[in-house]
Design a protein around this ligand. Structure first.
Ligand SMILES: Nc1ncnc2c1ncn2[C@@H]1O[C@H](COP(=O)(O)OP(=O)(O)OP(=O)(O)O)[C@@H](O)[C@H]1O
Ligand SMILES: [Mg+2]
Length: 221
């Protein structure tokens, strides 16, 4: 279970351009849920997702995963949690463009302290599960938007994380590809993984078990 209590996020604290992006946000997400996070541009969706993914800090409040306060973890435990429990699909994919699809998917395996034999096979299996194994050797800068999205998802799931966080994963896709990507997230959720998807698209939100709406850095109920 993941739990946020009164999280305050301030960008550029104590500077002239200080901006409070999240104002005392509280939320609970149970294991195995599929949740959509919706809200206008600038509402704080990506900010919230980055905190959930343990890739951004916050100024106040508590974030716990399975009862453990994230801020009590050592740097090493924190890195391990991020690498092994959380799969993040960034809004702009964040792929290494001149790496191949396979090389991109292997990045988290190479970062992991866990000894993984057959890294290449594992990365290929992740690409297969998102339907693009045949593109393994293609550099990412030669892939279409939908293909890149799949590579980003394959990279997020290659370590078999319990939680998958995706920021606008269908934002740049046509409706057919978008439906296919959603099918992929649904099947990951059916396998028992917790899925959190930031979206502007009501069709995407409809397919999630629950919707969290955020407006001006606050959760609406
Ligand atoms: N690195 C940053 N420095 C300063 N302000 C930031 C930073 N990142 C985001 N913000 C501000 O925080 C607010 C929330 O941004 P965030 O990216 O979370 O919005 P969002 O809901 O994801 O929007 P979008 O739908 O456009 O992706 C915005 O007003 C944004 O300008
Ligand atoms: Mg965003």
């Amino acid at each position: 279970m993941i739990q946020l209590k009164n999280i305050v996020k301030i960008y550029n604290p104590k500077k002239q351009n200080e901006f409070e992006a999240l104002h005392k946000v509280s939320a609970t997400i149970e294991d195995g849920e599929m949740v959509a996070v919706i809200g206008k541009s600038g509402a704080g969706k990506s900010t919230l997702l980055h905190i959930l993914a343990c890739i951004d800090s916050y100024q106040e409040g508590e974030y716990s995963i399975d009862g453990t306060l994230v801020k009590d973890l050592s740097e090493r435990q924190y890195a391990k949690l991020r690498n092994e429990k959380i799969g993040m699909v960034m809004q702009d994919f964040a792929l290494v463009e001149d790496f191949t699809a396979l090389e991109n998917v292997m990045i988290p395996l190479n970062f992991s302290k866990k000894k993984t034999p057959n890294k290449k096979e594992k990365a290929l299996a992740a690409l297969r599960s998102v339907g693009i194994e045949e593109l393994a050797k293609k550099p990412c800068n030669k892939l279409s938007g939908g293909q890149k999205q799949r590579v980003a998802i394959a990279r997020a799931i290659v370590n078999e994380p319990s939680m998958i966080l995706a920021d606008e994963p269908t934002g740049a896709l046509d409706s057919k590809t978008s439906a296919e990507i959603m099918e992929l997230f649904r099947s990951l959720n059916e396998q028992g993984r917790t899925v959190v998807i930031v979206t502007h698209d009501p069709k995407v939100a409809e397919q999630c078990g629950r919707v969290i709406e955020i407006s001006d850095g606050k959760i609406m109920v």
